[in-house]
Design a protein around this ligand. Sequence first.
Ligand code: HEC
Ligand code: HEC
Length: 419
Amino acid sequence: MKKSNIISLATFVLSGLVASCSKNDISPLINNTVIKKDTVVGITPIIMTVIDPYSAIKLTFGNNIDPNALLNYANQVKPNYITKDNTNVNSITNSKATLGRVLFYDKNLSINNTISCSSCHKQNFAFSDTALISSGVLGGLSVRHSMRLINTRFANETKFFWNERATTLEQQATMPIQDHLEMGYSGINGRESISSLLSKLSKINYYKELFKFVYNDTIVTEVRLQESLAQFIRSIQSFDSKYDIGRAQVNNANDAFPNFSAIENTGKQLFMTPPTFNANGIRTTGGLGCNSCHNAPEFDIDPNSRNNGVIGVIGSNNIELNNTRSPSLRDITKADGSINSRMMHNGVFENLNAVLAHYNNIPNNQRNTNIDPRLRPNNNTQQLNLTVAESNAVIAFMKTLAGTAVYTDRKWASPFILP
Ligand code: HEC
Ligand code: HEC
């Protein structure tokens, strides 16, 4: 048989097989079979088929994921003044973080294939949601405001959610999946539980290939989802802010930063320095004491913080006293100064002026039995006695904490070719 005949025969057989498959059911074996021809003269040509182990990955993710050239999650550079790290045993690897990226953007993780983690955690808004409450499956709504997922790793606090009900990031990762209102695999009111999800994912071709690639077998378990999702989230880091550029230029963090305006340096000083209060809880001198809870340079929350006087519940008159966690204050705004999303667990503040107005005059609510003592000096709720200039300075300073790359870097973007 002539060479050209072999090729046309092979092409004929292949196209016939492909055409007989439904659009969503192209077997990886057929789709990416490579025909190799032995071209040595005088030897009968051999047709050898090589099965591409990543054909479904290529089909679904195109150039966004190349198992032979993974993007860098494991060895990202961070400034040397960043020392906090809450990674316990599950250190970031490029392969598991890549699997985590796929899971994070995959609507298959919800009961009716409509909601992914990224529905409520949008890269463009520091992985928070512009909506006050986020939409989950079948009309479900989140109970609290979504949280930014920036630098979760670089913190002393190891617990997650506003009320710290997840003891690790791994434990946190599959809680939204099992939340009745969010992704729906709750096992209640006739809904399926997470075990249904595990078997659903194990039948999807790109997960067969990804799990084989990452774990050497195709078994999908909750622990593996937790490991991979947590590695992906831990990899989301932001250290290219104006603050970082300035911090790198001084030996002592308390020095004025050369790249800051006078107002920004004043704001930094106010943020970092504790206040002095009189017997009535009114500030007489000093700074605003923000740093005692939102600790620089990570701006993570003090694990011992109690609540900050924001105790409202969205859409009700109830109160909640146990929201004692804040995400890092980095990337509260973008570099252009615009707010990424509403602030606090109940999204009560839409701008930083309102935040400062709150700390300026913490409400004296007798029912708040868990307010942090730092905000109750001499047994009175704090009054900072802020001037407009002081308030503006702290706001200008908080805007210096905005990064840029985290909003656009493709390693944290959706890997799917089709939306
Ligand atoms: C329906 C919207 C929604 C979906 C879907 C969702 N989240 Fe969230 N996420 C939230 C809200 C709201 C909070 C804060 C909830 C609270 O504290 O009660 C949150 C909090 C978190 C936190 C805690 C951050 C911190 O600093 O403590 C992490 C991490 C997180 N989500 C990751 C995920 C992952 C991973 C998925 C997908 C498996 C996911 N989320 C799916 C809305 C959502
Ligand atoms: C006693 C500890 C404490 C002090 C002091 C403190 N905060 Fe907070 N802060 C918190 C806690 C806890 C939260 C989360 C509260 C919630 O959502 O219920 C928070 C939330 C925030 C948020 C919203 C974060 C987000 O992701 O929505 C901003 C902004 C903020 N604080 C700024 C400041 C500033 C500015 C100061 C100084 C004037 C300050 N904080 C002082 C404990 C503190």
